[in-house]
Design a protein around this ligand. Sequence first.
Ligand code: JB2
Length: 220
Amino acid sequence: MNNRILLIGGGGHCKSVLDSLITSFNFTDIAIIDTKENLGKEILNRKIIGTDDDLEKLFNYGYKNAFITVGSIGDTRLRRKLFEMLKKIGFNIPSIIDSSAIVSENAKLDRGIFIGKNAVINIGSVIGEGAIINTGTIIEHDCIVGEFAHIAPGTVLCGDVVIEENVHIGARAVIKQQIRIGNDSIIGMGSVVLNDIPPNSIAYGNPCTINWNKAKRKET
Ligand code: JB2
């Protein structure tokens, strides 16, 4: 693996990823891509060296690895757009796993995933491309986490849970075993989810109830 990597997005999520990257990986040249206004700024002594318009040039210059460090809370469109841009140019997109995380050898991870400090991913679970498994999350056995889902800090997915793509699960939520959360839904912080949640819902509480349906709202 080439030892140069670009992190795309230089905000709060970038700090978390960078901290894991510095302690767990062998990249000797780490640089950040952000907006024009932030050029020259530094995070943990790594500089913002360019904007998205410079990606192709930097790839040709020798940065062959890149990782999306723009976060998402309920809207994954920017992360997806940037991911497509990286793929088109030909970047290798690794998964970044903090050294304190515990990932079963019998779990399956796609590319571009971030797994934060003290997260646990147990046997038989499958994590999709671009997902964020944040600090202290527990993904129990045989769960499926879809592409670009974000499981926020301290969340527990009991066994056999399915989280479809683009879902955001708020911090410290607990999802009962065998529950399915439909694509593009948002589950509020601290919710206790006892029933399936259909796609495009915003749901929260203990027990978790649906408060809003994005798709129905669009029709009215
Ligand atoms: O199109 C873009 C772009 N738009 C915004 N391209 C690139 N390369 N960068 C972009 N940005 C940059 O992303 C902004 O200028 C800013 O530096 C960064 C977003 O930082 P912020 O701290 O606002 O959000 P975040 O996405 O890093 O973190 C959110 O999501 C995390 C998962 C926060 O809510 C965190 O608290 C959360 N943990």
